[in-house]
Design a protein around this ligand. Sequence first.
Ligand code: ADP
Ligand code: MG
Length: 326
Amino acid sequence: EVVVNRIAAGEIIQRPANALKELLENSLDAKSTYIQVVVKAGGLKLLQIQDNGTGIRKEDLSIVCERFTTSKLCKFEDLTQIATFGFRGEALASISHVAHLCIQTKTAAEKCGYKATYADGKLLGAPKPCAGNQGTIITIEDLFYTMPQRRQALKSPNDEFQKVLDVLAKYAVHNPQVGFVLRKQGEQPALKTPASSTRADNIRIIYGAAIAKELMQFSYKDDMFKFELECQLTQVNYASKKSILLLFINQRLVESAALKSVLDAVYATYLPRGQHPFIYMSLTLPPQNLDVNVHPTKHEVHFLYQDEIIERIKQQVEAQLLGSNA
Ligand code: ADP
Ligand code: MG
């Protein structure tokens, strides 16, 4: 059973960057305004995330690593109404099957914090009282020590660090109200954004002044298909050798091959060869229109009226690009 659980967990947690994504979403769901990430060996040796959110109640520490344990569903109907994709209570459980996991946390209501360690979905010993501020520190060590072949396949800490940086950068752009810090242990921050920042400022801090200067911002609300779009895009991205696309749907970083290929085609008709855009898109859809059968950790997303919605997004982007040429 342990082996089966580890294999299942290894499908959910594929590398440090996607463990980080789950942890970031938990911290954001917990209403954090400050999130700090520390890594060693690209997150393979150490991946630690500290937040100042609500914290986890002591009595919940024994169950947060059981599969399908979530505080985000109260009744069955919530399943169709839930605004986040992260609703299945599998992230922490999975991590505990493939790494050493320690949770230190304090809620506003409790006098002291508690520290708990986990292995294979189970709490090891009773949570120990400890000092600390309100919020949660999740420490993951030796990722995939239970799966030597997987560990072996992720050879390059540098590649893993780049992916970790990429995920954090995108969440920082999407959540400018939250302050983010990412550092390699013992080093200066590799990325740092202030709390109560703006999206444009975070794009400048992270992706550079040249891109930020070219940004066109627009929003669009569609009554027919009931979606909202927030967008920042450049016509030309002089500063980068490749396209940069940040796509969030209902606050979760996702990929949509269908939308991407339409955007690529739009830009191909506007841009000389070899020039690439920066695109940030945040799409909000009625939660019941998202395909809840797609596993929450799958990046590729599908939704109802996808073709129609993508066509409308295309029209909006074209109008922006045309407008800026006029
Ligand atoms: P899910 O996010 O799908 O509920 P997770 O396995 O990611 O499942 O987390 C399990 C539960 O642990 C969450 O529902 C939440 O109650 C709690 N939790 C995890 N991380 C945090 C955090 N940083 N702050 C507060 N609560 C947290
Ligand atoms: Mg989660």
